[in-house]
Design a protein around this ligand. Structure first.
Ligand code: SAH
Length: 261
């Protein structure tokens, strides 16, 4: 059933509640639709129509939610914001990754199909639409330049946010919280360009590919996907990743308004 097809609606997907809450406070003309045990919060953010939803964790939750956003709200683009584990030594906790390419690292139907390939599609990698990628990249770089306005000196020290950088490249998703350097090393050997690991992005990418819909995945590095990965995870999400998401998406929507006007 189609609930709404407001033109130019952006679907915003979150994996964790802490991240959605910050943005929800800014949503205007809010209506909540309950579908498939999720709350789809419809309204406007900085003048742009949005539907935001907490997808839950993992590929099935992400794919199911993406389909609901497409079929009930006819969103014309989708953005997921969340956290991820670093898979490359150049990335540190607090850095931001904007996916250029996504892959499902736990897809393996070999020897029938090459490792990582989604059987019968010929595809293992999904590509983010360039315009949306660039717009998020600009919003992120703008945020990094003004970090000191959003975090106190003691927060910057506590979370080591002195030299935050943004990166673009390959993100791999799978139904696994990676917290083992051996597992990470094996994956990195198979995918030398891998920047980060998480649990939803490539599932959203696959569903968007089926519908020819633009999507983007924005991730703050919360851990190094090794034995220390669980340490203070929720504190980091609340205190660092959630404000990042808020400020980056605010920049994104405000810049977009300037272009449209
Ligand atoms: N402890 C959390 C669960 C987090 S699961 C809780 O109790 O709610 C990890 C979430 O963060 C997923 O949504 C995933 O996309 C992302 N993530 C962060 N670090 C990750 C890692 N090292 N491996 C896989 N996913 C990671």
């Amino acid at each position: 059933m189609l609930i709404s097809n407001k033109p130019n609606t952006t679907g915003l997907i979150f994996a964790m509640r802490e991240e959605q809450e910050g943005l929800e406070a800014f949503i205007q003309h809010k209506t909540v639709h309950r579908i498939a045990k999720r709350n789809f919060i419809q309204g406007e953010l900085w003048g742009h129509p949005v539907v935001m939803v907490l997808a839950g964790i993992g590929k099935v939750a992400a794919a199911s939610t993406t389909n609901l956003l497409i079929h009930h709200f006819q969103v014309n683009q989708l953005i997921l914001s969340g956290v991820a584990g670093a898979a490359d030594p150049q990335l540190k906790v607090g850095d931001i990754v904007i996916a250029e390419t996504l892959l499902q690292h736990d897809m393996d139907a070999s020897p029938l199909f090459p490792r990582f390939e989604i059987p019968l599609t010929g595809k293992s990698r999904f590509f983010v639409q360039q315009d949306l990628h660039m717009a998020l990249q600009n919003a992120t770089d703008q945020f990094i330049k003004t970090m000191h306005q959003h975090f106190s000196a003691s927060q910057i020290t506590e979370f080591q946010l002195q030299d935050v950088k943004s990166h673009t490249g390959l993100i791999a998703s799978g139904d696994q919280f990676i917290h083992d350097s051996k597992v990470l090393k094996e994956l990195k050997q198979a995918l030398p360009n891998l920047l980060a690991v998480e649990m939803e992005g490539a599932a959203i990418a696959q569903v968007c590919d089926e519908h020819d819909l633009a999507f983007a995945i924005l991730r703050t590095i919360s851990d190094s996907a090794d034995e220390t990965a669980h340490v203070d995870f929720l504190s980091f999400v609340k205190n660092v990743a959630a404000p990042y998401t808020l400020e980056i998406l605010k920049n994104y929507f405000e810049n977009r308004k300037i272009q449209v006007d």
